[in-house]
Design a protein around this ligand. Structure first.
Ligand SMILES: [Zn+2]
Length: 268
């Protein structure tokens, strides 16, 4: 009898995911009212795509006490998807989930090292996960920031235009208020008059997928397989009285840029 090798795509995927501290899911970096977080952007302001998203899609899942998990999908009416989808989106058209236009950027959460009020250094924050065999694995706390232009990204776009690359400095961002009165306050992390230097992110960057790959995954057939069982009307409306803008497909340079990037990826 021949040797029994351990085989299977699951095994391959597992190994790929465990190698180099790669993580199995993409964290969403967001602020609850009152939250203060320090981050470094990993995406330049000019590269931040505008995309049409289905956020907080409710998927039945018995593993959670609430019986629901939430997922974010790239809407198939997004211009980057329209060639393959023909402008049809199951979430929009059948499930009647409201899509929204958002800007997305990769970032990593940082821990300020303080002496009194002053920040003297910055470290990458990590999550520790204990695997089945008891081994502890540390994952850098990188993730995707999904926000509107109006109260979040417009500031960083303006900074990039007048001051330079938003990735060169660390930002402390504070959320004030909730729902419609939400304001974000942001400032560069300084120690008195001096800017606090970023920690070395180069090693971490090697294990972070490209933003466009993450977005592509959010609109993939594999991901959309989860939508098949969702019933029309099973999703609450987040837009208040606002109807999703049917003609509100992303426009402008950033959407074009994103469509361009996706075309390149699809060529592989
Ligand atoms: Zn859609």
């Amino acid at each position: 009898m021949g040797k029994q090798f351990r085989k299977g795509t699951d095994l391959i995927k597992q190994s790929a995911e465990n190698k180099g501290g790669k993580r199995k899911f993409t964290r969403n970096i967001y602020w609850k009212p009152g939250d203060v977080k320090t981050i470094a952007f990993l995406t330049a302001a000019e590269e931040i795509p505008k995309v049409r998203l289905h956020q907080m899609v409710r998927i039945p899942d018995d593993r959670f006490e609430s019986g629901i998990r939430y997922e974010t999908f790239l809407c198939k009416k997004d211009p980057s998807m329209s060639d393959e989808s023909g402008g049809e989106c199951e979430l929009c058209d059948r499930v009647e989930h409201d899509a929204v236009e958002r800007f997305v950027a990769l970032a990593v959460e940082l821990e300020p090292i303080k002496e009194g009020k002053r920040v003297t250094g910055l470290e990458v924050m990590h999550d520790t996960v204990t695997k089945d065999d008891g081994e502890e694995v540390k994952y850098p706390r990188w993730g995707i920031i999904i926000q509107a232009s109006k109260n979040f990204f417009s500031y960083f776009a303006a900074y990039a235009e007048s001051q330079g690359d938003i990735r060169e400095v660390a930002w402390t961002i504070e959320r004030e208020g909730g729902s419609t009165d939400t304001k974000y306050h942001q400032y560069i992390v300084t120690n008195g008059p001096r800017v606090v230097e970023l920690p070395d992110l180069s090693e971490m960057m090697e294990n972070i997928p490209a933003l466009e790959d993450l977005l592509e995954e959010m609109g993939s057939e594999e991901k959309y397989a989860q939508v098949a069982e969702l019933d029309p009307g099973s999703q609450p409306s987040f837009g208040g009285n606002k109807k999703p803008e049917l003609a509100g497909v992303p426009s402008g340079d950033r959407a074009d840029k994103f469509a361009e990037i996706r075309q390149v990826i699809e060529g592989y």
